[in-house]
Design a protein around this ligand. Structure first.
Ligand SMILES: Nc1ncnc2c1ncn2[C@@H]1O[C@H](COP(=O)(O)OP(=O)(O)OP(=O)(O)O)[C@@H](O)[C@H]1O
Ligand SMILES: [Mg+2]
Length: 345
């Protein structure tokens, strides 16, 4: 094999970046390649540095090049993050914030949707990704079940155009497949769907990209933490102790050194019941002060307490998140959460 740029590229096409399931050349990770008699020098652009996969790929690339061009040649690879290079589909996204919980049905999607709306009401540019591949809810919550994102081609690759509603850019697997089919996806299929929603979409410039996670601590959470530069996670709980046990497990996952996603705070959903006609009344049906106690236990701030109100459940089905309604006391709660989040960055 002759030592030329095209010879080097040919060899590097044999190096797979497993996180994205393709070779480093076709993934566009190769940058500033220089080849001389004595040295092969290039940069590799990764979605995120500090992951074990960075060293693995660099070692594989070095090995492939040594095998092809001999042991004497100097190989100089510099890893660089997409953000640093100011490119990549998420280069224009300032902050990715994930909404997580160990438990299903505690209101993650409700919080994610209304937080997105509340951030947008503050004049920020906001996107929302429904990463719940198994049970997408964003299409219905935003009344966009019958819409389909556009697709165009850039450098020979398809790029998805998020749907825009109430000024928020939305993507969900629910726009592409029947949700009953998505439910059976597991492992690699689910993570590759998440990668497409995040990396193959035209997000443009955003202040916040909110991610609605599925419950638990599975592949989706792991992929997000390992392959993307997430600014922080918000954890949602209900006041019941059983819910918190699961929430604690999820929080523990984000706290692991390897993952390093900072926990921004806790939201206590269904904290108390307020009747529609007497919004000043608060009935703490699951007990009072649990949110504060849970937040203290996790060592993170309590960002908000969201009451149980009929209108929240109704707005989830009607396609218009409650935080759009300026007169609702719930909107004030979400506005306060959005204000705290904005202040953190
Ligand atoms: N504060 C609330 N008051 C009344 N209803 C609520 C409240 N929060 C959530 N709900 C309702 O509870 C149901 C579950 O909420 P949601 O879908 O947001 O939970 P989730 O944690 O995302 O669930 P999943 O684990 O299935 O993704 C929905 O019907 C929603 O409208
Ligand atoms: Mg959900």
């Amino acid at each position: 094999m002759s030592l030329t740029k095209s010879g080097v590229i040919e060899q590097l096409k044999g190096v797979i970046y497993f996180a994205k399931g393709d070779n480093i050349v076709d993934l566009g990770m190769l940058d500033e390649l220089e080849v001389s008699e004595k040295e092969i020098k290039f940069r590799l652009v990764f979605p995120k540095l500090g992951e074990p996969s960075v060293n693995i790929v660099m070692n594989l690339a070095t090995k492939a090049l040594r095998e092809a061009f001999g042991e004497e040649i100097a190989i100089n690879i510099t890893p660089i993050a997409e953000k640093e290079k100011g490119r990549g589909p998420l280069a224009g996204v300032k902050h990715i914030v994930a909404v997580a919980s160990g438990k299903g049905g505690v209101g993650k999607s409700t919080v994610a949707a209304n937080l997105a709306v509340a951030l947008s009401r503050r004049g920020l540019k906001v996107g929302l990704v429904d990463a719940d591949i198994y049970g997408p809810s964003v299409p219905m919550m935003f009344g966009t079940e019958n819409e389909q994102p556009g697709v165009f081609e850039r450098e020979g690759k398809p790029v998805i155009v998020p749907i825009e509603k109430f000024g928020i850019k939305l993507l969900s697997i629910g726009y592409f497949v029947d949700s009953s089919k998505a439910l059976v996806w597991r492992g690699p299929m689910a993570t590759s769907a998440l990668n497409q929603l995040l990396s193959d979409a035209d997000w443009g410039v955003l202040d916040f990209l909110v991610i609605d996670l599925p419950p638990g601590t599975g592949d989706i959470q792991l992929t997000l933490a390992q392959s993307y530069s997430v600014s922080g996670a918000i954890v949602v709980t209900t006041p019941q102790k059983v819910a918190f046990a699961d929430v604690k497990r999820a929080a523990g996952m984000f706290k692991q050194d390897k993952l390093t996603i900072p926990l921004l705070g806790l939201i206590e959903n269904m904290a108390y019941f307020s009747p529609e006609d007497m919004p000043e009344k608060k009935y703490f049906i699951f007990g009072q002060g649990h949110g504060e106690q849970f937040a203290k236990e996790l060592g993170i701030p309590l960002l908000g307490q969201i009451p149980i109100v009929e209108q929240i459940a109704a707005s989830g089905d009607s396609g218009s998140p409650i935080a759009l309604d300026s007169n609702s006391p719930v909107t004030q709660a979400f506005d306060a959460v959005a204000a705290s989040i904005e202040k953190m960055f």
